[in-house]
Design a binder for this molecule. Sequence first.
Ligand code: NI
Length: 248
Amino acid sequence: MRLQLQTWQDIDTYLTRSRGIMIPVGSTEQHGPNGLIGTDALCPEVIAWRAAEQCGAVVGPTISVGMAQHHLAFSGSITLRPSTLIAVIRDYVVSLARHGFERFYFLNGHGGNIATVNAAFSEIYAEASLNPGLDRPHIRCKLDNWFGFDSIAEISAELFGDGEGSHATPSEISVTQAAYPESIRPSNLPPAPPRPRPFYDANDYRVIHPDGRIASDSAAASPAAGERLIAASAASVVTSYQAFLAEA
Ligand code: NI
């Protein structure tokens, strides 16, 4: 169930049976010539929705903009500063904690967010640790990456091999193709060349990765692959979320 499609009374009722919530977090950044700019937010969102149907969780509004400064030389990309994302996550969590939510499961779609999301969790815990008298539920936060489960690595390796690469991957583009078939962009691009060296700022990224992809065979994406990946990732999310809620 999606938080935004409930009433406040529905959430009061939900809180009598669960103190957990899933929150997708992603990015709004170029994904090469055939990948959608919303890919990193759309993937964890659709997977969280699927997982929530299976385990009865509520899914909060997606944090759709993340750490994407290195993509800003491509039109349409938007970034937050790390300090802004930390503040957004903190305010989501503290708002919902006021109502009684205690376990916050973030499903992430962008590797560049990981350090900052973990820093946000540290800020939230520091606030509680430094103010032990705070009248607030016992907050716990967990981060999983939709692409980080063993089942996803196995499917990606089977379907795409070395063509998976690391940005605008056929796996993530497949997930968006399954979820939004009307937005599929045909492509006969060759695989992107390997990464020649690490990139630094946005201009440097565009110099060494001129079409936006990093070592990915994005054209190998397909809706059928996306459906397999969504199903596998959602199953892993259900297991991980339920274990998180069951923690003593
Ligand atoms: Ni991505």
